[in-house]
Design a protein around this ligand. Sequence first.
Ligand code: ADP
Ligand code: MG
Length: 395
Amino acid sequence: MSDRLFEELLEETKRLFNEKYGGAPQVVVAAPGRVNLIGEHTDYNGGFVFPMAIERCTIIAASPTTASSATIFSNNMNATSDFILKGDVTPSNEVDWTSYVQGAISFSIKKGAKVPGFNAVINSNVPLGGGLSSSASLEVAVATLMEELGGVSFGKVEKALMCQQVEHVFAKMTCGIMDQFISTLAEKDYAMLLDCRSQKPEMIPFVDPSVSVLITNSNVKHQLTGSEYPERRSCCEEAARILGVSLLRDVSLDALLASKERLVGADNGDLLFKRAFHAVSEDVRTLKTAEALKVGDWETVGAQMYASHDSLRDNYEVSCPEIDALVEIARGIGMNGGVIGSRITGGGFGGCTVSLVKTDKVDEITQILKKEYKRLVGKDATIFSTRPAQGARVL
Ligand code: ADP
Ligand code: MG
């Protein structure tokens, strides 16, 4: 199933390359999107996240030319643009798809890639703007192409950090390290436990083929006022300050509970405590999940996922009725129906849920989710299943 999707994307990309530029591409690279299994809103607290790469990726097919610039067609945008092959390009104020590409080209050159002129086609089956990090997969794919064309190897962690900078500087999105790390470092049949403070990844085997990951897009994204994320962050920072640590990562759950009075007594204290309680307990759940996955203890994994969802809904208040409906439908199907666990994934206020399900029940569960979501919410959910996929590579 997934291999078929990949082959189709690859064939289409090569065909488009031939149509646009003639002949076969000399270099083809791919980099995946991702889903976070658990560990939400922990990154900026220096805590743990637990993503895996999905079987959806960005493919780039390219050949060097004698030109002094690069010409790139994005099939997803149905647009062609020329790119400057210099390390010191000023990011444009308006962010569009070319920002990600130009950023990854320029930072690669700055890092020592001697990039010749080239023609390329970009083609992705990661949904754009769907919370599965099409942006990181694009940056990492371009950086991987630059290594290939430019005769250098950045090292995987260096490449991920460089792509994070692309997102910060060229796409003006101050993201954490998760997306670029997993798109670069992922391995097939592994999820990645990432310590966002030390930036040390630990690969955790997820080999059992009888379990799959179901990604359900609610197809809603609630309009935010823009104050939601800063409010969550500043609550965490304020709680850390009151507790005398630099990051909430440094507070144990016991210590947090023991200091509850100090937090609750502060201005806005109940809210501070709720936000901090989520951040601290989510780290505990994420570590527990990784340990349980190692030994195939699916019941524990599932329980952590539901508890994560409940905390994001009640303590961190970043869920929404549509996403809650999807999780409750999954919870209702239960272990006997093949659902191990389910939760909101991503920043919140819409987007996707991630569920662990029995592989042989994927079709059945998909049908129930679609039907019940339509009945309860009146909308269509988009659903696909995946197993942990491999990171960026040259084909
Ligand atoms: P997400 O990363 O969750 O998919 P973002 O808003 O961070 O959402 O990134 C989506 C943007 O990344 C798109 O609007 C586009 O500018 C760029 N992008 C991603 N994939 C492609 C692609 N294949 N071709 C051109 N631009 C892309
Ligand atoms: Mg993104």
